[in-house]
Structure formats: structure tokens, C-alpha cells
Design a protein around this ligand. Structure first.
Ligand SMILES: C[S@@+](CC[C@H](N)C(=O)[O-])C[C@H]1O[C@@H](n2cnc3c(N)ncnc32)[C@H](O)[C@@H]1O
Length: 294
């Protein structure tokens, strides 16, 4: 005989089980999965904590809990993740947008005034989250987004269509800036390329390592910044004279990324995230006063 399962009791049991498995956001995950199983909001759960659940509701919830217990990320189970105020559809094969990456969007917007025109390139677009955020915030600009992965391009295309942004963001498939090398006078090249070193990859949480695509995470070269190196080498040819490059980096890569400065494109700023960790490197043409009148 099964005991009556209330929302409160189920959430409590799941929280304990997730916590034992080392899942950090145990309570939140339990709430998100239960809300999804019941097609309700989390708030609604709280308003009705003592409601007994029907067997089929419990069975639906248990399936989701089992998947999370196997360390499948919550965003893949729900099929969606919010990024910069927009619901982005995600699934296996495509990186789940991270809150840290919202800093990249903010830094880019801070450098492109409202009403600015021209083209932004989002390199390594994945789900399309950065391109979508920029296109929505700067309706006067066009975004061209690139990725090497067919899964990513397909997912980004589906997101663009669902959000009716298909004519504002163009997708091009290929290696880094190769698909956009015909462009000139680009206002900004932005991106969150892979940057985790092979060594660090081995230590990532199982949620990430066993479920998210390795190609989206592991960077080239021993320092993990090989993609950044190659992007910077090709950026100048397509960039406007006042254009800039903004790339996400790992918290321990500030010194290494500053060394990627080139005579034609230098690291003008490394911006920290909300935790005070280096997160976004901005490169622009060197216009220091010593150049003036030289
Ligand atoms: C860290 S994910 C970023 C995805 C998305 N912009 C975000 O912030 O959530 C990196 C993306 O780069 C893509 N990628 C990896 N190597 C690439 C390459 N050589 N050329 C183009 N894209 C590449 C991966 O497929 C993945 O979608």
C-alpha cells in the first residue's frame, strides 16, 4: 500500500536523495522537476504544499528524478534554460547557456549604443543564446552566428524560428571565422569559444562531463585558449576600424589572454563577473595617445 505523497513530502525526499548524490542545487532541482511533471509553476507548488498527488503524477515525476539522479542536467530534462530574459531551447549535443555568459552580452551592449547599425558576428554560437540576446537588444543591427557543430546549428535555427528572429540572425556553418571571411567593417566579433584545458576537463562535475558536448568545452592548445588565438588572428581583416572583439574566458586565464594582444589588436580590458572572477576579454585596435600624431 503506497503512502499518500504530498508535494511537501516528495520534495523533501528528493532533496535528501539528490544531496546525498552530491547534487548542489538539490532542493531547487527537485522543485523544477516536480513543477515540470505537474505542468505548474514553482510558485504554485508552494501554494499547495500539502496537496496529495495522484499515482500518475508521482510516476511522471519519478522518471524525471531518476534522470537527474544519473546526473543529467536539469536544463536537458526540462528542454529549456533562460538566458538574458529569453527561454532558450536546449538538448543533448548543445551547451547549456551559463549565467556567466550574460556578462559577455552586457559588455558588448555597453560598447554598442542603442540605434547602432551594422553587423555583429557571434562565433561559436551553440544554442544561439548570445546572438539572440544581442539581436533582441539591438534591433537596428544584424547578427551573423557561426558554429562547427550540426547539432548546434540545428538548435540555434529552431530557437531563431521560435522567437521570430530568423531574418535578424543569419547562421553560417564552419570553423570559427572561416564562414564570415567575406565580411568587412564588422562592428563587433563576440563569442564564448571552448576554453577548458584537457586537464581541467577531467575534473568537471559528471553533469557537465558526461552529458554536455566535449567539443563545446575543451579548448585548443595547452592553455585552452587556442580558439581565442585563432579568432584574434583572423579578426582584424573583417573588423571595422572602431570595431572590437569580446571573448569569454576561464577564471584563471586573465594573464594568458592578455598575452594574446597583437600589434593590430590589443587586450584593452578584462571584465570580471559577479563573483569577481575574470570572465570577458575585450580586444580593440590600439589607439593609445602615443599613436596619435606619430
Ligand atoms: C562554450 S560553447 C558556447 C555556446 C554558446 N555561445 C553559449 O555561450 O552557450 C562553444 C561552441 O563552440 C563550438 N565550436 C567548437 N569548436 C569550434 C570551431 N572550431 N569552430 C566553430 N565552432 C566551434 C561548439 O560546437 C559549441 O557550440
Amino acid at each position: 500500500v503506497s503512502e499518500t505523497q504530498t508535494i511537501r513530502a516528495l520534495l523533501q525526499k528528493t532533496r535528501e536523495w539528490f544531496a546525498k548524490k552530491g547534487i548542489e542545487s538539490a532542493r531547487l532541482d527537485a522543485e523544477l522537476l516536480l513543477a515540470h511533471a505537474l505542468t505548474e509553476t514553482r510558485l504554485k507548488l508552494y501554494l499547495d504544499l500539502d496537496r496529495p498527488l495522484k499515482d500518475d503524477e508521482v510516476a511522471r515525476y519519478r522518471e524525471l528524478v531518476k534522470r537527474r539522479g544519473a546526473y543529467e542536467p536539469v536544463a536537458y530534462i526540462l528542454g529549456t534554460r533562460e538566458f538574458f530574459g529569453t527561454e532558450i531551447a536546449v538538448g543533448p549535443g548543445v551547451l547549456i547557456p551559463r549565467p556567466e555568459t550574460e556578462h559577455l552580452v552586457e559588455e558588448v551592449l555597453a560598447r554598442l549604443p542603442e540605434g547602432a547599425e551594422g553587423t555583429i558576428v557571434d562565433v561559436c554560437t551553440g544554442s544561439g543564446c548570445v546572438a539572440i540576446a544581442l539581436a533582441r537588444a539591438r534591433p537596428s543591427m544584424h547578427v551573423i552566428a557561426t558554429d562547427l557543430s550540426d547539432d548546434a546549428i540545428a538548435r540555434a535555427r529552431a530557437n531563431l524560428e521560435r522567437l521570430a528572429l530568423g531574418d535578424r540572425v543569419t547562421l553560417r556553418s564552419g570553423d570559427l571565422l572561416e564562414p564570415v571571411r567575406d565580411l568587412r567593417s564588422v562592428r563587433a566579433i563576440v563569442g564564448n569559444p571552448p576554453y577548458v584545458t584537457r586537464e581541467a576537463y577531467a575534473t568537471l562535475m559528471p553533469d557537465v562531463r558526461d552529458h554536455e558536448p566535449e567539443r563545446a568545452l575543451v579548448g585548443e592548445d595547452a592553455d585552452g585558449l587556442g580558439h581565442h588565438r585563432r579568432i584574434l588572428a583572423d579578426a582584424r581583416a573583417i573588423l571595422d576600424a572602431n570595431g572590437f572583439v569580446a571573448l569569454e574566458i576561464g577564471a584563471d586565464q586573465e594573464d594568458a589572454v592578455r598575452e594574446l594582444s597583437r600589434p593590430d589588436l590589443s587586450c584593452s580590458e578584462v571584465v570580471k563577473d559577479l563573483s569577481g572572477l575574470p570572465r570577458v576579454a575585450v580586444f580593440s585596435r590600439d589607439t593609445t595617445p602615443t599613436d596619435v600624431g606619430a
